[in-house]
Design a protein around this ligand. Sequence first.
Ligand code: ADP
Ligand code: MG
Length: 238
Amino acid sequence: MGSITLQKVSKVFGEAKVIPSIDLEINDGEFVVFVGPSGCGKSTLLRLIAGLEDVSGGQILIDGKDVTQAAPAERGLAMVFQSYALYPHMSVRNNIAFPLKMAKMEKSAIDKKVTDAARVLNLTDYLERRPSQLSGGQRQRVAIGRAIVREPSAFLFDEPLSNLDAALRGTMRLEISDLHHQLKTTMVYVTHDQVEAMTMADKIVVLNRGNIEQVGSPLELYKSPRNLFVAGFIGSPH
Ligand code: ADP
Ligand code: MG
């Protein structure tokens, strides 16, 4: 399960109405990409869903349950941070196990979950290494592993590939798409990169100044952009 519903969600920072009012339905198992120019509110919207910021108005439902006031840990979601958020002094195994140790899970259960996550992410041979002994792509997979072991109902990614070089970004795009096919868990993915949006998304949400310009599949947005902003941003010929 992992449907996410936003009802008239707004966010104000001081005088700035960063998100005036957003309604959005994310279905269980969907890969949804929030795309839009820098500063349009993508990270803010993701952080509101995660519970890392409080909404100024509106409701957030997860699987139909109102979580608007719930703490981040109570929402059953996992935020994937960029690979540099790993603990450099810990092995890959302990980096992935960290959230489970914090939750005081039994060691044998932790070992099994770490082993399973490592298999899905092709990290089995790297579990005893330190992050500094891994490639950028492997480090990013460890960051994802730390989210997988919590078995979240949805993964939230905020520009997870932005500090990787272009070639590696291409590989990781495929790996994250493949992971979605394997896990079939809802993924909400923030990027300012149109190529990532067009190649990874089931559903793209185009944001501009805190408003949704259009929601649709990559093909729908390409063929029938609602306005010039969407056409320009998606790079369609209209
Ligand atoms: P994006 O991720 O699309 O680049 P953000 O969600 O980070 O955009 O930011 C949207 C707007 O909200 C920006 O104008 C940014 O300066 C502002 N903003 C974000 N976080 C805060 C904050 N904690 N306090 C004040 N303004 C903020
Ligand atoms: Mg951002």
